[in-house]
Design a protein around this ligand. Structure first.
Ligand code: UD1
Ligand code: MG
Length: 459
């Protein structure tokens, strides 16, 4: 029988105190909704329906092309939200997973186990539950003397006795698809929050004498429902530990995994070394034996093998094998550093290609440039690529020696093997093998310094 899935993502998330819908807050680089959607993928649903409402278009964008959607124009509760999915799922034979979009830590394995358990026990409904040290805020699982689940009671509706119960509803369930929509016709808003609670279908099934079960998660962490930013930070911590552990198991060395921030889609080859306070974001990939030292911050970039990044920032760029960067360098978007390039302290590269084995050791700006191989940039070189309105390209050939403190005014070309004298302002093309001197000649005036106020004779 087929599996179906309904993801609840219509709520505002009032307790987040945010303009952004709750399920679009990110954990380790992707939205909570994407985490949930990825885990749901493990049960291979024949149909996915995401219930959207508050700022629906923003939420839809995240899963567009991957999920079906239904609108819940008024957020009248989780039961009401599931009813909206009836138009897409009514009459289908099979089981339907219902999951809240604010539980980013539930794994695909747990969802698979839940569905298997549900099918094997021939239940009409199976609740994914967990045991909480502090169950406050969650719906409680109420069992009878035989240990059978009879109902779920929400925090705000729970008696003092029920509030003692530590088994909580994770907000994830599997239902017989047809029976789910039948039972939903019988829920009402007679509760503390005046909402249609999805959780009420459990007692409805029980009263009809149908088989309801609970599948208990071993790891409470997975069940975390994020309702505020405190829980969001907790989710991030748990996810970070999972991500970093997976990398360590895979052969990556961490100086301090508790203080290393790696987004979920980042790929690290074995033998990478990551020091503390490193942040790797987005679609970053790092090749084997590269070392990322303390403070490095890398976004959406491809880093080759044997690269050393020392306390530097790299964004949307490609860094080939053997490159050394930093300390305190900034590689800005759309740059490529070919093999064995050296970018030293206080160097900024933007929208540029730097050829093999070229070096900019200190205090240099390389912007909108095509730089050949074996080029040396002297300290303090600036490419003036911007006239206030447009950006212009600079082309630098192979083996060029750019003298210290050169200002290269784009658009301009420096031919192969050419040299610019230190302190030059270069505004004309330089031929291959030529030296360009773009500065005024030095004049020395003998004895003149004796007249100046700094001179010992004047004191
Ligand atoms: C819900 C459960 C509670 C469980 C907890 C687990 C109910 C009544 N309660 O409570 O038993 O312990 O999750 O985290 O179901 N949503 C809609 N439309 C609505 C209301 C909510 O789409 O009208 C969505 C929200 O966007 C959210 C999810 O449903 O993704 C859960 O809603 P939330 O308000 O967070 O429910 P909880 O109070 O956490
Ligand atoms: Mg919640």
């Amino acid at each position: 029988m087929s599996n179906y899935a309904i993801i609840l993502a219509a709520g505002k998330g009032t307790r987040m105190k945010s303009d952004l819908p709750k399920v679009l807050h990110k954990v380790s680089g992707i939205t909570m909704l994407e985490h949930v959607f990825r885990s749901v993928g493990a049960i291979e649903p024949a149909k996915n329906v995401t219930v959207i409402g508050h700022k629906a278009e923003l939420v839809r964008d995240v899963l567009s092309g991957q999920s079906g959607f239904v609108m819940q124009t008024e957020q009248l509760g989780t039961g009401h939200a599931v009813m909206m999915a009836e138009e897409q799922l009514a009459g289908l034979e099979g089981q339907t997973l219902v999951i809240a979009g604010d539980t980013p830590l539930i794994t695909g394995d747990s969802l698979k186990n839940l569905v298997d358990f549900h099918v094997n026990h021939k239940n009409v409904a199976t609740i994914l539950t967990a045991t909480a040290d502090d169950p406050f805020g969650y719906g409680r699982i109420i069992r009878n003397q035989n240990g059978e689940v009879v109902k779920i009671v929400e925090q705000k509706d729970a008696s003092e006795f029920e509030q003692q119960v530590k088994e909580i509803n994770t907000g994830t369930y599997v239902f017989d698809n047809k029976r789910l929509f039948e039972a939903l016709k019988n829920i009402n808003t007679n509760n503390a929050q005046g909402e249609y609670y999805l959780t009420d279908v459990i007692s409805i099934f029980r009263q009809a004498g149908e088989k309801v079960g609970a599948f208990v998660l071993r790891d409470f962490d997975e069940s975390l429902g994020v309702n505020d930013r405190v829980a969001l930070a907790t989710a991030e911590n748990v996810m970070r530990r999972r991500i970093n552990k997976a990398h360590m198991v895979n052969g990556v060395t961490f100086q301090n995994p508790e203080a290393t921030y790696i987004d979920i889609d980042v790929e690290l080859a074995p033998e990478v070394v990551v020091e503390a306070n490193v942040t790797l974001k987005g679609q970053t990939k790092v090749g084997s034996e590269s070392v990322l030292t303390n403070g490095s911050y890398i976004v959406d970039s491809i880093i080759g093998e044997g690269v050393v990044v020392t306390n530097s920032m790299i964004e949307q760029s490609t860094v080939k094998d053997g490159v050394t960067i930093g300390p305190y360098a900034h590689i800005r978007p759309d740059s490529t550093l070919e093999k064995d390039v050296h970018i030293g302290n206080y160097v900024e590269v933007k929208s540029s290609t730097v050829g093999e084995n070229s070096k900019a050791g200190h205090l240099t700006y390389i912007g909108n440039a095509r730089v050949g191989s074996n080029v040396n940039f002297g300290a303090g070189t600036i490419i003036a690529n911007y006239d206030g309105q447009n950006k212009y390209t600079t082309t630098i050939g192979n083996n060029v020696f750019v003298g210290s403190n050169s200002t290269i005014i784009a658009p301009v070309t420096l031919g192969d093997n050419s040299l610019t004298a230190a302190g030059s302002t270069i505004s004309k093309d330089v031929e291959k093998d030529a030296i360009a001197i773009g500065r005024s000649r030095q004049v020395n005036k003998d004895g003149y310094a004796t007249r100046m106020p700094h001179h010992p004779k004047q004191k």
